[in-house]
Design a protein around this ligand. Structure first.
Ligand SMILES: NC(=O)c1ccc[n+]([C@@H]2O[C@H](COP(=O)([O-])OP(=O)(O)OC[C@H]3O[C@@H](n4cnc5c(N)ncnc54)[C@H](O)[C@@H]3O)[C@@H](O)[C@H]2O)c1
Length: 437
């Protein structure tokens, strides 16, 4: 990838489209509105609160990221989305039960104005959802054309300069990349023939790329992670990325596992279990959708610990992930981890983590950051997979000859160095020997 010659400034309005207007999406919309109106601080958002060091440690140059790279302003964001239910964003947020009435009421009028467009949906891909607010079309290609039309209309009606799309829809059943996903030509042929391996989320991604709109995938579905859409994104100069927001349990896993490896501590097993009671939990109660999530959650340890390089330490790990749908908990998930490690002379030790988290409270700032960074990448002319945004994903997409980088702090360094690189600043290597000359 070549360094951008220039980055177009973020003038005009930015449309943020979310397929899926459920718990995560509406918490994101409500939160941005409360921040805009001065009712809240955007806690959890690197783009809003984070800083970046430039030059030497003695230079004292540490601007806010949003000032350094000129991100779109929150005031310039316009929200839109699709859902299989016709509830407006206020009703959907109230049903999701993430935000308390005292907070929701402050954004009530605003959220009531955000009404979902009819979704492209097929229950074969999300078994536990029965939606009615759904488009009709003879072929998958027709449905993608309807999504394209929605995007163009939304842009025109709201007088937008640019758009980004972040998938906040339910997790679809597990699909493996196959022949039909291999090239754009076979994919387009497959859409016309209603090929069963083309899921609705892929049609949103196809429509976004067709309209020059960057696409980020917040769920673990394959979606844009197929050669056909990667090829298409490159041809259309569109930024893409995914998959699966890294929010709670996996966030901690990708902090703890690198610590064990850094100190050459061994690992025998890692048992992760979750209870949650939101609609996401209900969808994940179906074995097909759970398998998609399970694959996504299992990947990180293997890549971080590199058992082939360290067989004595990580050659025999028992890694299990469970998700249990338990309605009383709603969005307030509990994630337990039992970690069996060993140290000097093989003596065993245990670590227990009990994270009483709030799923959508952790995810909302990630949606915001992804929308703003994908818009930045697009303005900088960076096309195809944006690996520098791996920081936000449980299963980061990367070039096919690479393995994904999961270590949170390597991901953060990569992200910040990419920003420095884009703006022509020196990269920071943390060598620091010049201070001791
Ligand atoms: N911490 C987190 O909350 C977190 C972390 C990682 C990933 N995710 C993923 O983000 C996604 C959203 O999570 P959520 O808690 O908001 O779930 P949710 O069930 O509250 O919302 C998802 C919405 O998507 C809609 N939907 C499903 N298929 C659709 C389609 N084809 N087109 C349009 N809308 C569709 C559903 O009707 C629902 O309203 C899920 O896939 C979840 O696995 C969430």
């Amino acid at each position: 990838m070549r360094r951008p010659v220039s980055v177009a400034p973020p003038k005009g309005k930015l449309g943020v489209l979310t397929p899926g207007m459920g718990a995560v999406s509406t918490t994101f919309m409500a939160g941005v509105e409360l921040v805009r109106r001065g009712h809240a601080v955007p806690v959890g958002s690197l783009t809003q609160l984070g800083t970046i060091r430039l030059g030497k440690r003695t230079d004292g140059r540490t601007p806010k990221i949003k000032d350094f790279v000129q991100l779109a302003k929150l005031d310039d964001i316009v929200f839109g989305g699709w859902d299989v239910f016709s509830d407006d964003a206020y009703q959907a947020a109230a049903k999701a039960g993430v935000l308390e009435a005292k907070d929701l009421v402050k954004a009530e009028k605003f959220l009531k104005g955000i009404k979902p467009m009819k979704a492209v949906f097929d229950q074969n891909y999300v078994k536990n959802l029965h939606g009615t607010h759904v488009k009709k079309g003879k072929t998958k290609f027709d449905l993608a054309e309807q999504l394209r039309e929605d995007i163009r209309t939304f842009k025109k009606k709201n007088k937008l300069d640019r758009l980004v799309m972040v998938w906040c829809g339910s997790t679809e059943v597990f699909l493996k990349a196959e022949e039909v996903h291999k090239s754009l030509a076979s994919f387009e042929k497959g859409m016309r023939a209603n090929h069963p391996a083309i899921a609705p989320s892929m049609l949103y991604a196809y429509a976004a790329i067709s309209e020059g709109v960057p696409f980020a995938n917040g769920a673990p579905n394959l979606t844009v992670d197929i050669p056909a859409l990667e090829e298409y994104a490159k041809a259309k100069n569109v930024a893409i990325g995914g998959k699966d927001f890294k929010t709670g349990q996996t966030l901690l896993k990708t902090v703890l596992a690198p610590a064990f490896k850094a100190r050459m501590l061994g690992l025998n097993g890692w048992f992760s279990t979750n209870i949650l009671g939101n609609r996401d939990g209900e969808v994940l109660d179906d074995p097909g959708s759970f398998k998609t999530k399970e694959e996504s959650k299992l990947g990180a340890l293997e890549y971080i610990l590199q058992p082939a390089l360290y067989p004595d330490l990580y050659g025999k790990i028992h890694h299990k992930v469970r998700i249990n749908y338990y309605p009383p908990r709603g969005d307030n998930k509990e994630g337990w981890d039992n970690i069996d490690i060993f140290g000097w002379l093989g003596y065993p030790m245990q670590i227990k983590v009990d994270f009483l988290c709030r799923d959508s409270i952790l995810a909302a700032p990630i949606v915001l950051d992804l929308a703003l960074f994908f818009d930045l990448a697009q303005r900088a002319g960076m096309r195809g997979i944006q690996e520098w945004l791996s920081f936000y994903f449980k299963s980061p997409m990367c070039a096919k000859e690479l393995y994904p980088e999961h270590d949170l702090f390597i991901q953060l360094m990569k992200l910040k160095n990419t920003l420095r690189w884009m703006m022509g600043e020196d990269l920071i290597t943390h060598l620091g020997n010049e201070y001791y000359d």
